[in-house]
Design a protein around this ligand. Sequence first.
Ligand SMILES: Nc1nc2c(c(=O)[nH]1)N[C@H]1C(S)=C(S)[C@@H](COP(=O)(O)O)O[C@H]1N2
Ligand SMILES: [Mo]
Length: 374
Amino acid sequence: MWDKRHDMVVRTEVPFNAEPPAPVLAADEITPLEAFYARNHGEFPDIAPTEWRVSVDGLVDRPSTLTYGELTTDFDQHCVVATLVCAGNRRAELLTVRPIPGKEPWHHGAISTARFRGARLADVLAAAGVHRDDGLHVEFLAPDVAPEARPVQSFGSSIPLSKALSDEVLLAWEMNDEPLPRAHGGPVRVVVPGYVGARSVKWVSNIIVRTTPSDNYFQAHDYSILPADADPATAAAGDGISLSTLPLNCDILVPTDGDRVDAGPLTIRGWAMAGDGHGVGRVDVSLDDGHGWRRADLHPSPGRWAWQPWSLTVRVTPGPLTITARVWDDAGYTQPECPASLWNPRGYGNNAYARVRLESVDGQRDPDRVATGL
Ligand SMILES: Nc1nc2c(c(=O)[nH]1)N[C@H]1C(S)=C(S)[C@@H](COP(=O)(O)O)O[C@H]1N2
Ligand SMILES: [Mo]
């Protein structure tokens, strides 16, 4: 469906929520469109480029409305390679701590990387005569209605004006050199690199400069870290900490949970990302639950706002195997060790050490084993 690979793990058909299997994600540093995860809260609007409009208003001097033609020809075009990460990625590990009813059990795949082309939001805001005051916010609204919202409403979010004015934030109409697919917000979406995916609003219809963050359900309630003992059904706006920048995080994509591998050389592959303004310093891998660590090889990142692939080839012996990985940033900080220390009622922001468990490493075809007769 929606031109996706047949092996996507579809969490719900309507709204369409799907993640690629971890090894598929590991195959390319720029995720092919057919493998890119899809996270939706409502049915997709069907908007032809000729029909699409975005209004820019609120605290601006020249409130305006732009057509697709105006956006794509009146502004300089820029490309940004960005990794989009759903705040619920790796929720499956939080579910082993305590249940999280009503939320998708994303495994390793609610993350993908694409090359986006568009106009800078900063240029669009400048043309509308934005007030460059500290402390303002930019709200994005879209027409897709989310039945799960209380009260039912269409999707929206906001980011600080300071982020909205930075070079990397785009109103994008191309993804991997193709017109932005409808499933990913076509004709035009916001791309906010470095922030949780929920702030990159698809099918954007309104951009509003305001003094406070958006009151939209997905900004004021959902996509926040609630205290562990809070009830999401009764929590008030402000009980949670609203999510914005992505945390320091990494994951293991190959091998993946439950794989059978042969004893002998095994190449472990994954991604790492540092939080706001930082770089990846080092990735460590442990095969003995964190007693000993080996340094993984870092591969070039496809962009400043993208994940950094890493790999390490180890020798594995027959029996069960747990692989742990952790990233350090360039300021010397690392991740929390276990998901229990970060469990929260909506299951967001899991950036605990990455762990993959293999029930068995198969001894049958280990050449050393055969050679030595062990
Ligand atoms: N209009 C709209 N924008 C949206 C959403 C949505 O449901 N509606 N989902 C958000 C969430 S939670 C994520 S993680 C990203 C996912 O983008 P993708 O589906 O292109 O991968 O889009 C964000 N933008
Ligand atoms: Mo998300």
